[in-house]
Structure formats: C-alpha cells, structure tokens
Write a protein that binds this ligand. Sequence first.
Ligand SMILES: Nc1ncnc2c1ncn2[C@@H]1O[C@H](COP(=O)(O)OP(=O)(O)OP(=O)(O)O)[C@@H](O)[C@H]1O
Length: 522
Amino acid sequence: MTFNNPFDGPQGQGDAQFPWITSFMGLSSVFAALGMISQAYLGSSIKLLILGSVVETGRRLCQWLIVRFRFQYSMTAQFDEGDPAYEWMVLFLTQENVWRRSREFVVNATNSRRKWSVKTWVDPTVKGNAEYVPTYQLPQLFRWRGHWLEIKRSKDGTEGRFTSSGTYQPISSIIVTIYTLDMNLLSELVEDARSRYVEVNRPNVVIHLADSPHYGPAMTWNNVKHKVRRPLSSIILQEGVVDALVRDAQEFISTEDWYVEAGIPHRRGYLLYGPPGTGKTSTIYALAGALNLEIYSLSLASSFVDDSFLQRAASAIPKNALFLIEDIDCAFASRDDEDELEDLMAVYGGAGGVRPFGGGEMVRPGGRPRSLVTLSGLLNVIDGVGSEEGKLFFATTNYIDRLDPALLRPGRIDHKVAYDLATADQANALFLRFFPESRFPHLALPASSHEKDDTHPDSEVSTIQTLAAAFSAAIPAGEFSTAELQCYLQAHKTTPAAAVEGARAWVEGGAARGAAGARGAG
Ligand SMILES: Nc1ncnc2c1ncn2[C@@H]1O[C@H](COP(=O)(O)OP(=O)(O)OP(=O)(O)O)[C@@H](O)[C@H]1O
C-alpha cells in the first residue's frame, strides 16, 4: 500500500528533495502517539478528578451532616474549674469511671483537695493512698441512662492561676456533649451529679477556700476541703447559745418567701467574737454541717485579696451557702500597723509569731499581714447583689472593739455571739467529753459509797463525774481558752486521773501562763 503525499514529486524523489518532510512525518507519528497516550492520561486524570471531587463532596457532606446532627441532636455544656458545678461533674465522672482507659496519670498522695482521679486497683485490700489523675484530653464516650455522652477535658493554658507553691496551673474545663433531642437531659445530668456530690459529702462539711491569686473569671474558689462533720453537741458553750444560733439560721433559711414578699434582701449576718481558741470557727463548721451548707471561707489578710477580688469571690458563692470571713478586723486600713503588730506579738508570744491554737494567718515580725480590702469594699460586698440569695454571712474577730460601727449595724450583722474564756462548767463538760463513760466504763461506777452528790444525796456520783468536778475546780474560771484546756487534756487522753492531778501544777506553771497570753484579746 502506498501513500501519496501531495508534497511528493515523482515516486522515490520526494525524500531526497524534501528531507525535512520525512522528518516531519516521523515527528507527526510521535505526536500522534503522544496524543494517544496523553488522551489516555487525560481520561484517567479526569476520572481521578471526578472521583476526588465525589470523595471530597462526600466528606464535606458527612461533615455537614455530623455538624447538623450534633447541632440538632445534641447539647453541649461547659463546666469550668472554680465553679461548684465543676466539682459535681468531677465526682460524677469519677464515679462513672469515665477515664478508666487512660494510660497516662499524674499520681499524688491522697489529700483533702479536689478529686479528679480514677480507681486503678481492683483488689479491695489495696488501700487508695494515692490519686491517679488522668492527664490526656482525648474525648471519651460513655453511656448514661441509655444516652451517649461525650466528655472532653480542656486545659489550653490561656487561663490559669499560681498555686500556693508558686507554680502556674492552667484552669481546666469539662465539656460534656449529650446526644439527645430531650432538652431536659442536661439539667437531669447536672442534678444527678449534684445529688451524688451531696450524698458523698453527707458525712463531711465542704469548705471552699480562695487561697491563691487567679487569672480568669471563674477561678476565685480554687481549693476544696472536706472536713468530717462535727456534732453540735461537741461545742461547749454557755447553755442555749448554740441552740439559739441554730434556730436563727434555720428560720432564716426556711423563710425565703417572706423575705421576697417583704422586699428585704434574703441574707443574714452573724458576728462571732471573743478571744482566740474559744470555739468560734468550730461553731460555724458544726452549724454548717447540721444545716447542710457548704462553707466559702476567705481570709482578708491574704496578700491577693483586695476589694475587687472580694467582690468577685462573693458573687461566685451559690445560693444557700455560708460565706465566712475570719478575722474580719484586719480589713481596716486606718489601723496603725506598728501598734497592732506589738499587740499581736504580745498575744502570740514573740519571734516566731505562730498562733498557739487553731489556724489563721502567721504573723511575722517586720510587718503584720495587711489586708488590701477597705471598709467600703467590705460593706459593698455585704450589702451588694452578690450577698443576697439565701446567703448566711459569718464573720469572726478577736477584736470587736476595732470594728467600725457601720459594719455592725443590723442588716449587715444581725446576730452577735460573744465567746469567752472557759467557765467552770465548760471545763467540766470538756473533761467529760474527753473521757466518755463509753471509753472508760470502769469510771462509770461511783468511786466509793461515801461520794454522794450534796445536792442530790440519793444519787450516786460516778468516778468520772467526780474527776471532772475536781478538774474544773482546779482551773480558774475565765483564765484559759477551751482550746488551751483541750490541748492540756490531749496530753493525758488515756489517763483522766493524771489529768486531774497535774491540773493545778499546769495552771501555775509558766508554760501554761505563756500560752494563756491570748486571754487578753477581745
Ligand atoms: N467552746 C468550745 N467547744 C469545743 N471545742 C472548742 C471550743 N473552743 C475551742 N475548742 C477547740 O479548740 C480548737 C480551736 O477552736 P476554734 O478554732 O473554734 O477557736 P476560735 O475561737 O475560732 O479561734 P480563733 O479566734 O483563733 O480563730 C478546736 O480544736 C476546738 O475543738
């Protein structure tokens, strides 16, 4: 077969005459081959392109559907550290064992701080003396009452606080997504978490503290402690004092409607004043336990507590809680530092300046803890919006005479309770509390038949009552705080007779006198 090329001359001459045509012909077949190949490639590229677009569209559609699904069929709630609801959620998740698949933990010795931990042991004989806190932040899915919940823990570090040891700690949040159409489920979840929290803490009093400066709106109350409830009967005061206080607080809590109808802010202020170690703080803790109230306790002497911190802290306290400010007298800038330091040094015994009993601030030579809170800042907080809504405001002081009358007026302080150094009756009651007949059954019997109570000649007085009477007779009334007597009795906790025998010597002894320096306060 021949191919007549129009450019060709006579057969066989063309190539010789037009060699470029030959080369062009060669190229054209190369181009043709290339064209075919590229067509094949183009075809598959287009196919790939279409396939890619379909996949991408599918992916976006899925994403969109997931977002739509999440939007329509789920609710998301965030719980920020520092808010009481965060504590409820922490306990809820711990009980639900949500983080059990975690493989990374921070391990701390068990302490009284918040628990964000999982139980990693199954053997019941293993004692949990350490907390295992999951560190990773991947979302976790679990089922609760037949619904899927997704939990994330965020700790992005943008907000945080400095701990008391000076390290920066980011604030964490818990983000809960519930897959449901039922809008009530979130409040049911929160209520479930809250009631579990209340149940678990029933034997305890929960105390929220603001013990470090914070950077972030939610982090005012950054430490939670749980104290075993103290029965009101263990508070030894003049007859009727504790009962009157409890009645007053109970009545306040139960008459919210009346306050609303009368247009009176639903708050009540109490001031407990008197020498150190006479039971002011103990009374408040026992009262909070009896009335199921959580305590929010703040020391105005903390270096980071100023008017605005105090305002934020007060407004972050939930309804039906007890707001406690200890040593409220240190709020007043008009005080003369030097005089006060001298007073306190005399009271607390010099160089170290450590209080002999109870907690509170350390007083160091060279400058007493000075509150940045002003009187007007404090009054604003007591009067302010944040102080309404069923809050019981409690303040304690060793120096009632240093308080401004503006602070003491009714509406701010509605109920004052005076505490004093131990009476003979208190010393007697304290002795009987230390040596109960249940622990010393042999002392429940009369010491001898001639020991009859003069006032009730027919009654037989038990040995322990005789010892208690002897102890209280040895302690001069109004000279020692109950805390001091408690400290002395602790040293003889298994030997009541020795406690009585040594009491007079202890009273006369120099050590006891030194410790009793606090008696002048108040
Ligand atoms: N009236 C009391 N009844 C029972 N225990 C008391 C009493 N007073 C003091 N105590 C005991 O003494 C210790 C210190 O008491 P508490 O902290 O309540 O005193 P305080 O008056 O608040 O002292 P401060 O003014 O220094 O804060 C506690 O362990 C408490 O058990």
